[in-house]
Design a protein around this ligand. Structure first.
Ligand SMILES: Nc1ncnc2c1ncn2[C@@H]1O[C@H](COP(=O)(O)OP(=O)(O)OP(=O)(O)O)[C@@H](O)[C@H]1O
Ligand SMILES: O=c1ccn([C@@H]2O[C@H](COP(=O)(O)O)[C@@H](O)[C@H]2O)c(=O)[nH]1
Length: 236
């Protein structure tokens, strides 16, 4: 039996590149989809938010002189591309997925309408929330927290490039050690950058726990969903 009835899974956009320098690596996206399929088959209702770091981040545009809000809209469009690729791969693997966008591009994807999203989840469809929150100056981590709270998910699962929350960024500090669990207050006070502070604060206020784990470790998602010891739990 899965430990959670409904989850919000945040997938790293950057991880979609696999070993490529840019974009969507085919083998990587197929592997991610198969891992999601396993937990859907366990009876878990799955909503997904995917990042856009494999294509474009607003902060990169801003740093070379672009208007930041315009650059952020480009970043949101990057998440729409990743969401479409994810849904298409799910279709090829025999799953049913629906993409819902926070910004209006109705010829391409349907708009986000909360009751409709809830209906899809109850029908066992995977719902992919595209275009983040629909607002510049935010990230897809915050979108994951927001949508997770809106759909009544029991937990936000952040599948990322590291296997948990560390005392410092493990990619920069080899001495950093991993927490098994940590409170929101401690993560915020210590300014741990694995999620942005807005996402941490929203989850804390809504008492919505977060699990951070590796997107690269085979079987990790299933282990998390089964309530086994994996990654780091961030809790109230
Ligand atoms: N204290 C910390 N513990 C763990 N990781 C940390 C910490 N501080 C910084 N990081 C970094 O945060 C990164 C994860 O967040 P980031 O937003 O960059 O990626 P993502 O959300 O997985 O990707 P994307 O934005 O493309 O979806 C990790 O790869 C890690 O290097
Ligand atoms: O609510 C949001 C979500 C995202 N953005 C922009 O998209 C990119 C990609 O998202 P990541 O979370 O970094 O993967 C982000 O850098 C922002 O530019 C946004 O503006 N609002």
């Amino acid at each position: 039996m899965p430990a959670y009835k409904r989850i919000l899974l945040k997938l790293s956009g950057e991880a979609l590149m696999g070993d490529d320098a840019y974009g969507i690596n085919r083998a990587t996206i197929v592997r991610m989809v198969r891992e999601i399929q396993e937990v859907v088959q366990l009876g878990c209702e799955v909503a997904v938010v995917i990042g856009g770091g494999n294509i474009f981040r607003g902060v990169a545009g801003g740093s070379v002189g672009m208007d930041r809000a315009t650059a952020d809209y480009m970043g949101m469009l990057a998440t729409v591309m990743n969401s479409l690729a994810l849904a298409d791969t799910m279709r090829q693997e025999g799953m049913t997925a629906r993409v819902m966008s926070a910004i209006s591009i109705e010829q391409v994807v349907e708009p986000y309408v909360r009751p409709k999203a809830l209906q899809y989840l109850e029908e066992g469809k995977v719902v992919i929330f595209a275009a983040g929150t629909g607002n510049p100056f935010f990230t897809t981590d915050t979108a994951a927290a927001l949508r997770g709270a809106e759909i009544g998910a029991q937990i936000v699962l952040k599948a990322t490039k590291v296997d948990g929350v560390y005392t410092a960024d493990p990619k920069k500090d080899p001495e950093a050690t991993r927490y098994t669990q940590i409170s929101f207050d401690e993560a915020i006070t210590k300014n741990l950058q694995v999620l942005d502070a807005t996402a941490f604060a929203l989850c804390r206020d809504q008492k919505l726990p977060i699990k951070v784990f590796s997107i690269f470790k085979a079987g990790a998602l299933k282990r998390v969903v089964m309530g086994e010891d994996e990654g780091t739990l961030v809790h109230v």
